[in-house]
Design a protein around this ligand. Structure first.
Ligand code: NAD
Length: 433
């Protein structure tokens, strides 16, 4: 009896931690609404909602000044029903179990929507990578990978870069796991450098997909992407490649922001020069052919494409009534709050490409990278991006078709397709024992 009592108590405690997180509340609300629409059976509903495994580890690191600092790292494996866990690893001061669990749910839906043979998960370490040296980041990554070894593997859980992590992080993870295994295991992560069997096109894949789905959406609404005006929030991996790809389509990227501020050029920011500026200075700020502007205010300036590509919850109940874009292309995960969603749906004049579709180019090419690693055979960038575009286009057509047929907003349609896919797989496998 005591053991059962303790177990119930633990369950409550974990649920309470998750339910107190604003980001998890957002994902849970989205799930509940879609589950109601699908009229999901109660038992299946709970199984689809709650994560299979929540793993939290302490990661002790020797800092450059000789101190030992303890970081908290999480890996949430939301579901494994349709294949290995797939999802990024985030280094950011906002990381907590609730945020990572919400991101894990979104990964599940993204993989299911694209019909990839993966479950969904997410990982993160609460730290500020901008204040840490390369040596500290390397020790943090290697120790976290060691702590994760019992829970990961090419057929179990395959991580990738996300906010605050990059190719180098993935290279350290590959080396740590491979050293432990005694041979190179490239399929343990995706988003690796090309010289460690990364995939052509992976670095730019997410941003390329954001620009591709945004351009498709404009086209379907009778507008041209050539000359279209775009504003991009965030200029890291996703934001910069969204901007570069839009520029390659002859769109005008008139405003971009990063954590330090925003810049503007009515005639379009020259992307080649901005790329060089960012490579040199690590920020968009101080770029000569632009004027500094308020990063919050640019979100509500007139444009054709607004692409939030930074953090979650930047399109809110406050700025949603003032948005003046035709297409909202969600490069970031969870950029639009439920309140903003309600306002945008009521307005009816903005076409939303929901995150699980808009930024799915990244996980799609991660899937290709994993397949190439398992087959020991590499594809050209043209093949990779061509296959990715075909998969995004087909998912986008399914979402718009489902939304039209069921009179649903684009986000609910995308989530409904995904959640139904996962629920059907769980039903087919049945409940063990
Ligand atoms: P990143 O760390 O490379 O870049 C993040 C960028 O956002 C930086 O330019 C940073 O300065 C900026 N930023 C942070 N806070 C900001 C704020 N308040 N206002 C404006 N800019 C701000 O991260 P990333 O990999 O580009 O990821 C960005 C988003 O895209 C995240 O939500 C991530 O989960 C999502 N995402 C990433 C990938 C991927 O392949 N990297 C795939 C799918 C989704």
């Amino acid at each position: 009896m005591r053991a059962i009592g303790r177990r119930i108590h633990t369950n409550r405690a974990v649920k309470e931690i998750l339910l107190q997180s604003p980001v998890f509340q957002m994902a849970a609300k989205q799930f509940d609404e879609v589950a109601d629409f699908l009229d999901l059976d109660d038992r299946l509903r709970e199984r689809c909602k709650w994560p299979k495994r929540l793993i939290t580890v302490t990661v002790p690191i020797r800092m450059d000044d000789g101190r030992t600092e303890i970081f908290f790292g999480h890996r949430v494996q939301h579901h494994l029903t349709r294949g290995a866990i797939k999802g990024g690893l985030r280094y950011h001061p906002s990381v907590d179990l609730g945020e990572i669990t919400a991101l894990a749910l979104w990964m599940t839906w993204k993989c299911a929507l694209l019909n990839l043979p993966f479950g969904g998960g997410k990982g993160g370490i609460n730290c500020d990578p901008r204040t840490m040296s390369q040596g500290e980041l390397e020790r943090l990554t290697r120790r976290f990978t060691m702590e994760m070894i019992p829970f990961i593997g090419p057929e179990v859980d395959v991580m990738a870069p996300d906010m605050g992590t990059n190719e180098q992080t993935m290279a350290w993870m590959t080396d740590t796991y491979s050293t432990h295994s005694g041979h190179l295991v490239p399929s343990i992560v995706t988003g690796k450098p090309l010289n460690l069997q990364g995939s052509c096109g992976r670095t730019r894949a997410t941003g390329h997909g954001v620009a591709f789905t945004a351009s498709n959406s404009l086209h379907k609404r009778g507008y041209k992407v050539q000359g279209a005006k775009a504003i991009v929030q965030g200029f890291g991996n996703v934001g910069s490649h969204t901007a570069y790809t839009l520029d390659s389509y002859d769109a005008l990227v008139i405003g971009v922001s990063d954590v330090g501020g925003a810049i503007w050029n009515d005639k379009g920011l020259p992307m080649d020069k901005l790329r060089k500026h960012v490579q040199k200075h690590g920020t968009i700020l101080g770029f000569k052919e632009s004027e500094p502007v308020d990063p919050q205010e640019i979100l509500t300036r007139e444009c054709d494409i607004l692409a939030p590509c930074a953090i979650d919850r930047t399109i809110t109940g406050e700025n949603a009534p003032h948005l003046k874009c035709k297409v909202l292309a969600e490069g970031a995960n969870g950029p639009t709050t439920p309140e903003a969603d309600r306002i945008i749906n009521e307005r009816g004049d903005i076409f939303v490409i929901p995150d699980i579709l808009c930024n799915a180019g990244g996980v799609t090419v991660s899937y290709f990278e994993w397949v190439q690693n398992l087959q020991h055979y590499s594809w050209t960038e043209r093949e990779v991006l061509g296959k990715m575009e075909a998969m995004l286009q087909s998912a986008q057509a399914r979402v718009t078709g489902f939304a039209k047929k069921n009179k649903l907003p684009q986000r609910s349609a995308a989530q409904a397709i995904a959640i139904e896919t996962v629920a059907e797989a769980k039903s087919s496998r049945g409940l063990f024992p």
